[in-house]
Design a protein. Structure first.
Length: 332
């Protein structure tokens, strides 16, 4: 279906969300553990009661982590800034392409405000009738993009909005270029004369059952790394972080790989959070504090590549992904 050259096209950025205060940690955890797309607490009628119990037991410990990174997640502020930068880039391109379409970019979160279900009515009220939905997870997983899109579909079905979803973009060339740029800067942060750092790509872990059931996440993570290593000469490993709960998780774990590399004589280590595009607790606490301290105790200097956040190459990549999505057709 064609898009009228004078209409406003909406872009809806989907993300996980995060607590915007210490008081929000407990309800955020409750929303997370209530999601049966990623955590099945059997039987189904016990999902919310068990989610309430788990969030009640865990929130104090988790609040401690957030205190160490400023008392809240920065994900809302960063995603808002990404949306503003992307909207500006998309609308600036009209002068060079002679395209009179305008773009309006929205953000919606899966587990905390602004929730997906609260933003879609605003999109409809603004008069947007065509929407490009872009998950801010480069690599598809049912636990991230899948869950967010499932919620989006359930809500948008009640509104007269046509939409096209971009479900993964792990191999987009401009995204790869943005990652390579950050990795090069990270390597340059080690002084001349020091050993070139070994690169450790660290991705969020998933339960093994997801991969066994056909989730393409690991394949796409490796696809991203392959594209990166075609453009930059590095030695590297891949590990997985952020496990929680009594299930089998994909590995090897990031802490175990750090120990292994230290034992092999690696003294400079550059961690690349490969499945994250924004700073949040997994980068600011888990890597910058927990893993950095652990590495130091093993005689390893650990540095982290800057997150993409609102860097110009990344916003350029988002623009490219959106415009290509527009050409892909519209969902039924």
């Amino acid at each position: 279906m064609n898009i009228n050259s004078s209409e406003t096209v909406g872009v809806f950025l989907l993300n996980l969300g995060g607590p915007d205060s210490l008081e929000a940690v407990r309800p955020f955890l409750f929303n997370l553990f209530s999601d049966r797309e990623i955590i099945r607490l059997w039987p189904s009628f016990m999902q919310k009661p068990l989610a309430y119990l788990i969030s009640s037991l865990r929130h104090k410990k988790t609040e401690g982590y957030y205190r160490l990174i400023g008392g809240k997640s920065p994900i809302f502020d960063i995603t808002t800034a990404q949306a503003e930068a992307l909207e500006g880039r998309l609308n600036d391109s009209r002068s060079t392409t002679h395209d009179s379409r305008s773009f309006k970019v929205y953000i919606g979160m899966r587990y905390w405000h602004p929730l997906i279900e609260d933003v879609i009515p605003k999109i409809q009220k603004d008069g947007v009738r065509k929407l490009v939905v872009l998950s801010l997870y480069p690599q598809y997983s049912i636990a991230t993009t899948g869950s967010s899109l499932s919620r989006f579909k359930a809500v948008v079905a009640k509104f007269p909005i046509e939409w096209q979803a971009i479900t993964s973009w792990y191999d987009n060339e401009l995204y790869i270029d943005a990652m390579v740029h950050k990795i090069q800067k990270g390597i340059e942060s080690f002084k001349n004369g020091e050993p070139v750092p070994h690169v450790l790509f660290s991705a969020h872990s998933l339960p093994k059952k997801f991969i066994k059931e056909g989730d393409p996440y690991v394949k796409q993570i490796k696809g991203t790394i392959q594209k990166i290593t075609e453009k930059i000469d590095i030695t590297w490993d891949l590990s997985y972080q952020s496990r929680s709960g009594p299930v089998e998780w994909i590995g090897p774990s990031t802490d175990n790989v750090i120990e292994k590399l230290a034992g092999e004589g690696v003294r400079n280590l550059l961690v690349v959070p490969i499945s994250f595009v924004s700073d949040h607790i997994e980068t600011l606490y888990e890597i910058d504090i927990l893993y950095k301290s652990m590495a130091a105790s093993l005689g390893v200097r650990l540095e982290r590549v800057e997150s993409l956040n609102t860097s110009a190459p990344f916003v350029k990549a988002l623009k490219d992904i959106v415009l290509k999505g527009l050409k892909a057709g519209w969902a039924e």
